[in-house]
Each structure stands twice: as C-alpha cells, then as structure tokens.
Design a protein around this ligand. Structure first.
Ligand code: AMP
Ligand code: GLY
Length: 427
C-alpha cells in the first residue's frame, strides 16, 4: 500500500519511521516532509496540502491507500472530509470531530453535557463580562483563546493583573472567544487512544514538558521534551481515564452525529480528586510521537487502517514495556518567539549513530549539503533505555555530539520520572 503522510515536524519523522516498518507499506510520500522523512520515502513539498483538490488528485495518481495526517491544521480544515468524499481513506477526525481540538469552548461544553471531569469554566466574547468574572473568581486562574494556537494560547495567571492582561490581549478582535477556567493542581500526563468512531483502545502514555525553560519556567511551547511511559498513570488510573473521560467523549460525539475517528490525545491533570481533562488534541503529540513510536512493538499501519474502517476491536498495538523512551527538543534561540533561520547544524549523524538513539528532524532543511535550522523546534533527540535514567543519559550524551551554537534545549527533561524511578525502582 502507498501512503501519503501530511506534515513536516519531528512527529511526522517518527510516523514515517514507524509506518515504513510495516510489511504492508510499499511507498511513502510526505507532504511537505523534512530531511528526516526523506530518508523513508519521497518528499513532496510541491503538493499544497491546503489545496484539497490537489491532494485528491495526488492520491489518485499515486494509488494512495491511506493518508495519515500529522498536524491539527489540515484536520480542522476538513481534509479528511474532502478525501473521504472522493473515496480516499484518510486517518484522522472529520472537521466536525476535530473541534475537540479546534475549539476549547466546544470541548468544555461537551464535558459539561456528559459529566466529563474537567476544570470549572465559563466562555466569553465580551471583555467587560470576562473581567467581571475574573474579579469574582480571583487568581490563580487560567485564560485560554478559543481556537488553535500551537500550544501558545493559554495563560496560567498567578495574579489578577496577569489574567486581566491576558483577557485584554485575547479579546481584541470582534468574534474572538475565550474560555476562563479554574486553575487545576497536580501532575500532567498525556493519554493516547485510537478511536474508530465508537470504540477506543489505549495506545500509550507520555509526559510532555511544555514550558520553555528548566524547572518548568517561562512561556508555554509546543513541547520541549517528553518521555514514555508515564508511569504516574497506573493501570487503575488508565482505566479511570478510559471510563470517565474517553468513553463518554466518544459516546457524546456519536450522539451529536459527529463520531470521532483517529487519535484522541487527552491532556490530563492528575488531581487529588482524580484525573481531569485539561484539553484534547485530535492527533499524535509532537514530541510525544517521538517517544511512542520507538517503543512500539507492533505494526502501526493495520491499526490505523482498522480505525479508518470502523473497527479497532481487534487491534493489538503492544509497546516494549521493558524500554523507556525520552526525547529532548533542540530549538532555535528565541523559541517560542521569533527565531533566526539558516544557522548550520553539525554532528546530527554522529548523534544518530549513538546506541539506542534516533534524532528526529523537525524544522530543518538541507542546502549545499549542509543541515540548516529552519524553524522553532528543530531536532528531537530520542533515546531508549532499560530505565528512564539510562534513556535520559543517552539522550544528553547524544546531544553533546551535536554542534549547533544557535540552538538550545532544556537540561531537565525526565527529571521527575527519574526521581520516581530512583525512589520506586524500575521504569
Ligand atoms: P492547553 O493548551 O489547554 O493544554 O494548556 C497548556 C498548558 O497550560 C497545560 O499543559 C497546562 O500546563 C496549563 N493549563 C491549562 N489549563 C489549566 C488549568 N485549568 N489549570 C492549570 N493549568 C492549566
Ligand atoms: N506536545 C503537545 C502537542 O503535541 O500538542
């Protein structure tokens, strides 16, 4: 089967790595792709993925049996709907179902309607009403832009001043909408479920590091590093997440006539009152895919096809439970703000050749045979180990082989997991 993979991040490099392991995979095309995905197939930067008719034509010409969509933007734009209308199998939710990620207000309303545990909230379009609500609730409090914001549309305000500033900044344009919600406390974890519209099977856990600087300081980013498994999610907690969060979400979406197919990625806060939903993403995480894919011990491709074809009940997607994976993002100086492109990166091949290390590429390009930085998040350096401590050590040893003065990374990815491991013994 020929596959078209949409996207150009580290997640797509990791998906290309996993999909091409399948004996079912004949040719892989990536649009636009990056230098990492080029190693697994053909990159097609000429294909404009926002032009759905062009994607349909490409699929027909290249006998594509499955389109795998990495990022959220094409999902929210309805690429799956347009491909399905042309009889092309595409993995991911429809435009209506992708609202679980595309609109925070939509998800909060669904939670309220189906009793899904989440932070108490209110939705606003009016600034004065929002400011009045803040004054009534006090700080700490969380202010969120309604639409997609690449992980950067959320302000966890410690003071009322910060919250008010966030409201003023987000409610400038007419039609803008925000959600204001209760600040939850606890540890965060990510839970992934493969869904066929009716059923869900759990497909792994991870923890992300959203803040840009060590010690979880600085602004939120798309993610600066991750590890898997998230051992804090015990089997009992995983069952609770499936029962109280994932299952009612699928039931609710089905009842509304917008069944959810694809990856449901639940961002959770593990509070003293149990797991609560912070947000949904409707796709694999980036950089979480870079720790999930290397731990997969089964074939991803038939599992994705089963979800598209409406029956995941037979899917068995085992992970190598004896291995921990940890990934460290290397970003360009200035990220998550404006970055400079074009700096030279050396040593990636040496890092990639380290035992149990894979360097997934994100914002890179090759020019005159040199690897150049070409985005905010540029590389994700993943390592596997028999323990989280071993994976962490391998990842940072590999990073030391990368010579890129204009880049930076967090130095504390996995700190909590390693501390837990030392305290408890084992992954
Ligand atoms: P989101 O884009 O909704 O996942 O939010 C980004 C990050 O903001 C989350 O990963 C949390 O660290 C933080 N956050 C979001 N909502 C809350 C909340 N209600 N309470 C505390 N932290 C939150
Ligand atoms: N790492 C967070 C995300 O993929 O949204």
């Amino acid at each position: 089967m020929n596959i078209l993979l949409i996207g150009s991040g580290g997640r797509e490099h990791a998906l290309a790595y996993a999909l091409t392991k399948s004996p079912l995979c004949e040719r892989l095309f990536s649009a636009p792709g990056n230098p990492g995905t080029a190693a697994f197939g053909q990159n097609r930067p000429d294909l404009d993925v926002a032009d759905h008719a062009a994607v349909q034509a490409f699929c027909a010409q290249n006998t594509i049996g499955l389109v795998v969509i990495g990022p959220e933007v094409p999902l929210v734009a309805g690429l799956v709907d347009d491909l399905a209308a042309a009889g092309i199998r595409a993995f991911g939710p429809t435009k209506a179902a992708a609202q679980l990620e595309g609109s925070k207000g939509f998800t909060k309303d669904l939670c309220a309607a189906y009793g899904i545990p989440t932070a108490a909230f209110a939705r606003f379009t009016n600034r004065d009403a929002a400011l009045a609500y803040l004054a009534e609730r006090g700080a700490p409090i969380v202010v969120k832009a309604d639409g997609l914001a690449a992980g950067k549309g959320v302000v966890v305000a410690e003071t009322l001043d910060q919250a008010e500033a966030a409201v003023r900044a987000m409610l400038t344009e007419p039609g803008a909408e925000i959600v204001i919600e209760e600040c939850l406390f606890g540890e965060e974890a990510s839970f992934f479920a493969l869904c066929d519209g009716t059923r869900a099977v759990p497909i792994g856990t991870a923890q992300d590091h959203k803040r840009v600087f060590d010690g979880d300081r600085g602004p939120n980013t798309g993610g600066m590093g991750a590890y898997s498994p998230a051992t804090i999610l015990t089997p009992a907690l995983e069952r609770a997440v499936m029962e109280t969060i994932i299952a009612p979400t699928l039931a609710g979406m089905r009842a509304r006539g917008t069944p959810f197919t694809g990856i449901l990625y639940a961002g959770l806060m593990l509070t003293v009152d149990g797991p609560k939903l912070i947000e949904y993403n409707t796709r694999f995480g980036d950089p979480e895919a870079q720790v999930l894919m290397p731990r997969l011990a089964g074939d991803l491709l038939p599992a994705l096809i089963a979800a598209c074809d409406g029956n995941v009940s037979g899917v068995d997607l085992p992970f190598d439970e004896s291995r921990a994976a940890l990934t460290v993002v290397m970003a360009a100086a200035g990220y998550p703000g404006a970055v400079m492109r074009g700096s030279v990166i050396r040593g990636v091949d040496a890092a990639d050749a380290s035992d149990d290390v894979i360097v997934f590429q994100a914002g890179t390009r090759i020019e005159n045979g040199q690897l150049l930085a070409d985005g905010g998040r540029v590389l994700t350096v993943t390592a596997l180990g028999a323990s989280m401590m071993e994976a962490q050590a391998r990842a940072y040893t590999a990073i030391a082989r990368i010579d890129w003065p204009e880049g930076f990374c967090r130095r504390d990815i996995g700190r909590r997991a390693v501390a837990r491991e030392v305290a408890g013994g084992g992954i």
